[in-house]
Design a protein. Structure first.
Lengths: 366, 311
């Protein structure tokens, strides 16, 4: 009995310890990034350190959580990030780098903008149709580089980058060509039957897509830790050769992970159009949610629940752009913060490095 | 193609070379970095920094040559972040490259507001003067030469220089050895870290110059998003060219030709959408990588961090 209690006490301690370790580095990254951002504000505005800090944080708070409207707008930004963050996380878990989430998202956007134009469908058919369409389109767009990686051995990073651009130009062709709404650089608005419900009123862009995203977090969690597929995906990510020795096919799981990852990204695109955007626009650059998703997944250490928190952080930063400009801080500071966070997350080896150095010193001195 | 008296073919060739120049320069940067074993996805961001600081340098000093120097130094500084992250801290090189791209985009548009007090784009600045009239006076090829700019010559010379360094000097042998089998090179006394730092920073210098050739060479100003993925096209050109300087140059020229050709093709009334030409470099690169057009093989240790003393 006492041994048992002791054990559970230990395991709780271990859980706390590992949570602390997982959270420590992302938190340090965020703090350092904010600090650097404050320095930029101090330099750009010519104010003191404390004034700069309070200016920046007040503006970010007001723009993201401070009022009802800004809170709603924050979650409008959070919604697509949930999908692209999860899409990246699935790929990371298999040891793959799906830079192509951006392109898979774009293809999801395109397909939904096309399918959403079909008239005469009841919403109960139309919405599942665009959801399936978005998932399939993204899955194909992610599956191609996955297949090429598994069968031909070409680097998925390069292929997904290429496919991002192909998706962008394909989308531009459709948007400016066959489906162009005359006089504007976009497709016509999708039918009301293809639109997700904006449950806080038509003027607030927040929609039921947010709940689909939250549901997906739970689904990916179950996939990773409660199913055989998830077990195999994680095994391949941790050590492909050991996994193969244990009878798990590396190739199958690589393709599968890219298909799942792409499907989630494509779904994100579908939700983005049917809930927020309602059409596809000509792209002069990438939409950006896919690349932000990389940052979200990295900051979340590819954990589905972490994706939720990282998405909220990035959503809050994105939605505070306007309130920053109101106090004369360029909104670009937000992107600067995001980039610096990734730089520090990328550098998490420094953590191991310090640890190893200590170990070595202990070996020499002790 | 402002010169109406020029035959279409000549104008097309000149336009191709002008548009290929930033691609050639950046892809040479890619060749150096990846040949030493460091993947450099950050080229696009490095070009953005080069484009911005080239204009800033020329704006501050009034001298376009100083602008070019600013661009090169900016590229070197940004790439040294990438070098430090990926060589010393053994960060995932792709993550680091993505971070560099985001960072450069955010930094330049922030600085645009702070240093120029402008939104979207800077004012025009001094650019290198190119002796158009003198070039036109040259018999036979004068018309063609008059349509170029100095950056075209720089790019082509640097292709030869890169080739010479990589294949005809002991430094080049070391670079290639480090990219193929760092441990073997280390055993023979080559400093793997030093070579990789050198190559990544060199790629930053070339990327910065590529950016300057875009901003100072074509429009004399910096516009947000003006690089618009050219760093990635350069990356594609480097891969399509098989990680070799001349290969990268020909691939850059091919990609630029597709871009320049669309304007001419429209004149012919050919109904191929222009998006197809824009997507062509990426489609070709994927096909080449899949092994349908010749064989392209990356350096063996490309993207793999090196840890001294590890088995």
């Amino acid at each position: 009995m006492t041994a048992n209690a002791n054990n559970s006490h230990n395991s709780l301690l271990n859980v706390l310890k590992s949570t602390y370790r997982t959270l420590l580095f992302p938190l340090i990254s965020i703090i350092v990034a904010m600090f650097v951002a404050v320095l930029f504000v101090v330099w750009g505005r010519g104010v003191g350190f404390f004034e700069g800090t309070s200016l920046l944080f007040k503006a970010i708070w007001n723009g993201s959580f401070g009022s009802k409207d800004s809170l709603i707008e924050t979650f409008v930004y959070v919604t697509p990030l949930l999908f692209t963050g999860l899409a990246n996380a699935v790929a990371f878990k298999t040891g793959l780098f799906n830079i192509g989430v951006e392109g898979q998202f774009t293809i999801g956007v395109l397909i939904t903008a096309i399918l959403g134009l079909i008239s005469g469908l009841p919403a109960i058919v139309h919405i599942p149709l665009i959801i399936v369409g978005g998932i399939l389109a993204g899955a194909i767009w992610g599956g191609i580089p996955g297949y090429l990686k598994a069968k031909v051995g070409t680097n998925e990073v390069v292929n997904t980058i290429m496919m991002n651009f192909i998706a962008m130009y394909l989308s531009n062709y459709i948007v400016m060509g066959p489906l162009n709404k005359p006089g504007v650089a976009s497709t016509p608005e999708i039918r009301p039957s293809a639109m997700l419900w904006r449950f806080l009123g038509e003027n607030n862009r927040l929609n039921t897509g947010l709940f689909i995203g939250l549901l997906l977090i739970a689904l990916v969690y179950i996939l990773f830790w409660k199913t055989t597929i998830g077990y195999e995906i994680r095994a391949v990510g941790l050590n492909p050769y050991a996994a193969e020795y244990g009878g798990i096919s590396i190739k199958k799981n690589m393709i599968l992970a890219m298909v799942i990852s792409g499907g989630i990204a494509g779904l994100g695109g579908a939700i983005y159009v049917s809930g927020i955007q309602h059409n596809a626009m000509e792209l002069t650059g990438f939409i950006g949610y896919g690349f932000d998703g990389i940052a979200v997944a990295l900051l979340a250490k590819s954990h589905p629940v972490g994706v939720l928190f990282a998405s909220i952080l990035f959503g809050a930063l994105n939605s505070s752009a306007i309130s920053l400009q109101l106090v004369n801080i360029p909104k670009q500071i937000v992107f600067l913060i995001q980039a610096i966070i990734i730089i520090f997350v990328a550098a998490d080896y420094i953590y191991k490095w310090i640890g190893e150095k200590r170990k070595k010193e202990a070996m020499i001195n002790g | 193609m402002d010169n109406a008296s020029l035959p279409v073919v000549v104008a097309l060739m000149a336009a191709t070379l002008r548009q290929a120049t930033p691609l050639i320069l950046a892809s040479l940067g890619g060749v150096f970095s990846e040949r030493s074993g460091v993947v450099n996805i950050g080229l696009d961001g490095i070009m953005t920094c080069g484009a911005f600081f080239g204009v800033y340098g020329s704006y501050k000093t009034g001298s376009p040559a100083m602008g070019i120097l600013f661009a090169i130094i900016a590229g070197m500084i940004v790439s040294s972040i990438h070098a430090f992250l990926s060589i010393h801290l053994k960060a995932d090189q792709v993550v680091s490259g993505v971070a560099i791209n985001l960072f450069s985009g955010a930094l330049t548009s922030y600085l645009l507001l702070v240093l120029f007090n402008r939104q979207g784009q800077t004012d025009g600045v001094n650019a290198l003067t190119y002796p158009k009239a003198f070039m036109r006076g040259i018999p036979v090829i004068g018309g063609f030469l008059s349509e170029l700019n100095w950056y075209v010559f720089m790019a082509i010379i640097l292709v030869f220089v890169t080739y010479f360094i990589l294949y005809k000097t002991s430094l080049g042998l070391r670079i290639r050895a480090v990219g193929e089998h760092p441990k073997a090179a280390d055993t023979l006394g080559v400093n793997v870290y030093a070579i990789r730092y050198l190559c990544v920073i060199l790629s930053g210098a070339l990327g910065g110059l590529a950016g300057a050739s875009l901003s100072l060479g074509t429009t004399n100003l910096f516009r947000e998003g003006m690089v618009s993925g050219r760093g990635f096209i350069a990356l594609a050109a480097m891969i399509f060219g098989g990680w070799r300087p001349f290969g990268a140059m020909w691939a850059s020229i091919l990609f630029a030709f597709a871009d320049a050709f669309q304007i001419v093709a429209q004149g012919f009334g050919w109904a191929i959408p222009y998006q197809f030409y824009s997507a062509l470099p990426y489609i070709l690169t994927m096909i080449a990588l899949a092994g349908f057009v010749g064989k392209t093989t990356a350096p063996a240790a490309d993207g793999v961090p090196y840890t001294k003393g590890e088995r």
